[in-house]
Ligand binder design. Structure first.
Ligand SMILES: Nc1ncnc2c1ncn2[C@@H]1O[C@H](COP(=O)(O)OP(=O)(O)OP(=O)(O)O)[C@@H](O)[C@H]1O
Length: 282
């Protein structure tokens, strides 16, 4: 699969503060790629450099097969969508007027606004002024705006940080659908559940460096415990090693008909992150 983003030896320093250290990765066309890291690990800095909002100190970035600096033009901006914390919404305008303004800029059909409003669950707030919305609602309008023109490549910086579980699910469903329709998604998050649910591959960022990069499934297998858990009929659960002795134990429990279920002890992405970096994601 063709790379839509190529990053080689990327670094960024602010004065003597190193925000990003020699980071390299590729994002394939069609995938949802997650950049996971705790606060201050360099996620926003990376998104800003990938979207031409910030210049790198050293390293190369290619987007759509072109070095990035040559592309800061309208045609490039039309191919991407960006959600960052600075919302850029017009506070005194309604939700609908904000999106209409944007749709005119990007030649988006009116019916697409209604579609997107449903994706972000704001179909009943179209006439509400943005200044009267809650933080989570504003985040959803900003997200709607970033997705409205169904960009080839969508950058989302912590897209669901202010959302409750119901709206988070709405957004995840919407992102999956957009991805199915062909949008490549690059998202940052410190929410490992979010990453597990929607990302095809994830990079673990810690203090400006990529510590791991793989599919969630491969990471879970790589860091899997050498044991399995048996749930028995009397509600006991026992942990058995994956060795000859363990096999014998499992055999005995199976023979006596006590086993309800057996499952492997796969760690969550959050647990893997702690194993690698010694600190929590959130
Ligand atoms: N304009 C700036 N000037 C100086 N230092 C900066 C600037 N922007 C970011 N930094 C520093 O770079 C590091 C990475 O910051 P960045 O905002 O990329 O982290 P992040 O992973 O997005 O964190 P968060 O989840 O809190 O948004 C931090 O130590 C931050 O203080």
């Amino acid at each position: 699969m063709e790379n839509i983003i190529e990053v080689k030896n990327l670094s960024k320093t602010f004065g003597n503060k190193i925000a990003l250290k020699n980071v390299s990765f590729n994002v394939k066309r069609g995938e949802t790629f997650g950049f996971l890291g705790p606060s201050g690990s360099g996620k926003t800095t990376t998104i800003k450099m990938l979207t031409s909002q910030l210049l790198q100190t050293t390293g190369e970035i290619k987007v759509f097969n072109q070095p990035l600096k040559k592309q800061k033009d309208a045609s490039f901006m039309k191919r991407i969508g960006i959600l960052t914390d600075n919302s850029g919404l017009y506070d005194r305008l309604t939700v609908l007027d904000n999106l209409t303004l944007y749709s005119e800029l990007y030649n988006v059909e009116r019916k697409q606004i209604n579609e997107i409003l449903e994706v972000v669950n704001l179909q009943n707030e179209t006439k509400t002024q943005v200044k009267k919305l809650s933080k989570g609602m504003k985040q959803r309008v900003t997200l709607a705006r970033a997705m409205l023109h169904k960009p080839e490549l969508l950058f989302l910086d912590e897209p669901t940080s202010a959302l409750d579980p119901v709206n988070m699910k709405h957004i995840h469903d919407g992102l999956r659908e957009l991805n199915k329709q062909g949008t490549t998604i690059f998202l940052t998050t410190h929410n490992m559940m979010e990453a597990e649910q929607i990302c095809d591959r994830v990079a673990f960022l810690h203090q400006g460096e990529i510590k791991q990069l793989d599919t969630p499934q491969n990471l879970r297998i790589q860091y899997m415990d050498e044991s399995v858990t048996l749930l028995l009929k009397d509600n006991r659960s026992i942990v058995v090693n994956k060795d000859e002795k363990g096999a014998e134990e499992i055999y005995q429990y199976m023979r006596s008909g006590e086993v309800v279920s057996i499952h492997s002890n796969e760690p969550t992405l959050g647990e893997i992150f702690v194993q690698i970096t010694g600190r929590e994601l959130a």
